[in-house]
Design a protein around this ligand. Sequence first.
Ligand SMILES: N[C@@H](CCC(=O)N[C@@H](CS)C(=O)NCC(=O)O)C(=O)O
Length: 235
Amino acid sequence: MQPILFYGVPQGCSFGAIVALEWLGQPYRLCRVEMLEQPWDPLFERLNPLYQTPTLLLESGESLSESLAILLHLAARAEGSPLAPRQGSAEFDALNQMLAYLVSDFFAAFSPLWLAYEKAELDESQRALLRSLGAEQVAAGCRYLERLLSERDWLLGERRSLADAYLAGIGRWVDYHQLFDLQREYPHLARHLARLAADPAACFARAIERGETAHSGGFLGHVELQQVRERLEAA
Ligand SMILES: N[C@@H](CCC(=O)N[C@@H](CS)C(=O)NCC(=O)O)C(=O)O
């Protein structure tokens, strides 16, 4: 069976991996994880003991987690594609560097905001402190991305890359948390995020997240976690 990407809803960072699979045109299946329905099926531990999405179950029965590892793995399967620079090249280093920044610093900047959002037990002053810390951190990331995108069309230059695919997912969080007027304060970043949101792969990924019927060249349908039980137990 083709690789299965376990993606999380709502607002999962795994959105970026779906966009990447679409851009690469590789055959794949999806398995949906409702992240707020806790606890997750204990079978998931065999895929990823951290209980996180995205996780990719490979043909071999091995599973791969961490967005950075998944995106670079997908690129490596697409040798010759402009989205898959050769390891050791300057283009590969630039992709690796940008992805590492996005999955660590930029992703982490949102953590206080997600805590403020999810933790019902917080009082208003705790929530306000977390929101202000998160807004400050995200603003620093937006300033960095704004500067880059004032000089180029895509994160790495003239052409789209898998870093843009990943940003299509977590870049949505700026608007989601209603932090600032993106258009006014970071116009180049706002333009880029709007372009990514309008991309057919992102439209497809949004339809998938909403649970709508969606078709594409590479997507071969959903599977349920229970359908891969035997593969997981055999691995
Ligand atoms: N370092 C991981 C982080 C993955 C992660 O935190 N995923 C979130 C969704 S964006 C998740 O699955 N959270 C589990 C939960 O909310 O219970 C990566 O870059 O892939």
